[in-house]
Design a protein around this ligand. Structure first.
Ligand SMILES: Cc1ncc(COP(=O)(O)O)c(C=O)c1O
Length: 363
């Protein structure tokens, strides 16, 4: 046995993560390209300074103020409102969902999703010794609801992970999918991962509206994307309070630092400004889809802040060609496809110029 004696299933695996390269145009991890305003920076800095004076003490383990502020924010997306007891938060929604599997999945239980989907999901399953079952999306990346329901009924998963919009395809779930899969899952939890929820097109409802109808429904959100706060690491969910109570059993004590809580609360006070660029990003996304299609590429419909496009015989060559021109996109998803995050108008111009040059070069 090699030393140190890593768990067998981890031997030879690389840690997850997109390349962090210092290039001028970074369009590879679905960040918001717009940083906070000087006003917002000053408020965050003051909040951190205030928290710093008390750093000799552990933070509020129940992050009560933050739960209250997140509940107020989420309540805008549902006529039923969200109470603080329905909210849980952790260091990014990745940690939220990992905690959910720690509490509700594990040995002898199944987690299920539909590929292509977010590549961290199988890692949550692996790390919690949960059996991983993956169904498939259709050629247009939609879900065939009859097949999806049959798979759920066959495997009786403890947790179903459904990103909407999906990463890396950008596809949102149809409104009837959530109710149907919640019913099929019985006591299993159905997580609608709305990491990109704020970017959805008009008329696409949030699954938050369905919480009163389905006690096994969990809606996950993050401040990393639309809220432009990826560096702060704050993800959260809304669910039945009993589900949050289960997570409290497995969370590490004081998992949300006083600094994180202060930063997130300050950012929530600047909600209007931080979310203020969402409409612009949506318009830029729709223009990018249109341009890519006009150039003859295949493009998945997107409700998110990224676009999946292809299909390239050698996608790595295209990725490399763009990188050589200072534009970093993501090599992810089905063979032949690439994903570009939506940046500023200047960044998207560099992307378009770069892609035109690369495709001409490769013809
Ligand atoms: C679908 C989806 N869910 C969750 C996450 C995790 O985001 P974070 O941990 O920054 O909240 C991401 C990040 O890219 C994502 O694409």
């Amino acid at each position: 046995m090699s030393f140190p004696p890593l768990r067998d299933e981890l031997v030879g695996l690389e840690p997850y993560g997109a390349p962090q390269l210092d290039v001028p145009v970074q369009l590879n991890v679905n960040e918001n390209p717009y940083g906070p305003s000087p006003d917002c920076v000053a408020d965050i800095a003051a909040a951190v300074a205030d928290a710093a004076g008390g750093l000799n003490r552990y933070p509020d383990r129940e992050f009560t103020d933050l739960r209250t502020a997140l509940a107020a924010y989420l309540s805008k997306d549902t006529p039923h409102g969200i109470s603080p007891e329905q909210v849980w938060a952790a260091n990014g929604s990745n940690e939220v969902m990992l905690q959910l599997l720690q509490a509700y999945a594990g040995p002898g239980r199944v987690a299920l999703s539909f590929a292509p989907t977010y590549s961290m999901y199988p890692e949550y399953a692996r790390d919690t010794n949960t059996e991983w079952v993956v169904g498939h999306r259709e050629d247009d990346f939609s879900l065939d609801l009859d097949r999806a329901r049959a798979l759920v009924e066959e495997h009786r998963p403890a947790v179903v992970l459904l990103p909407s919009p999906n990463n890396p395809t950008g596809t949102a779930l149809p409104p009837d999918a959530v109710g149907l899969l919640c019913a099929a899952a019985g006591d299993g939890l159905v997580v609608v991962d709305e990491a990109y929820g704020e970017f959805r097109r008009a008329g696409v409802p949030s699954a938050l509206e369905l919480l009163p109808a389905h006690r096994n429904l969990v809606v996950s959100r993050t401040m990393s994307k639309a809220f432009a706060l990826a560096g702060a690491r704050l993800g959260y969910l809304a669910a039945d309070p009993a589900i949050c109570d289960g997570i409290r059993v497995v969370r590490l004590p004081y998992h949300l630092s006083a600094v994180t809580q202060a930063v997130a609360l300050a950012a929530l006070r600047h909600e209007k400004e931080l979310l203020g660029r969402v409409d612009e990003l949506r318009a830029e996304r729709d223009a990018t889809v249109e341009w890519l299609r006009a150039e003859g590429h295949e493009v998945a419909d997107s409700d998110a802040n990224f676009v999946l496009f292809g299909v390239f015989g050698d996608r790595h060559a295209v990725w490399q060609g763009l990188l050589d021109r200072g534009v970093l996109v993501r090599e992810v998803g089905p063979d032949g496809w690439l994903r570009v995050s939506i940046g500023t108008p200047d960044e998207m111009k560099s992307f378009r110029l770069g892609l035109t040059a690369v495709t001409e070069e490769n013809q």
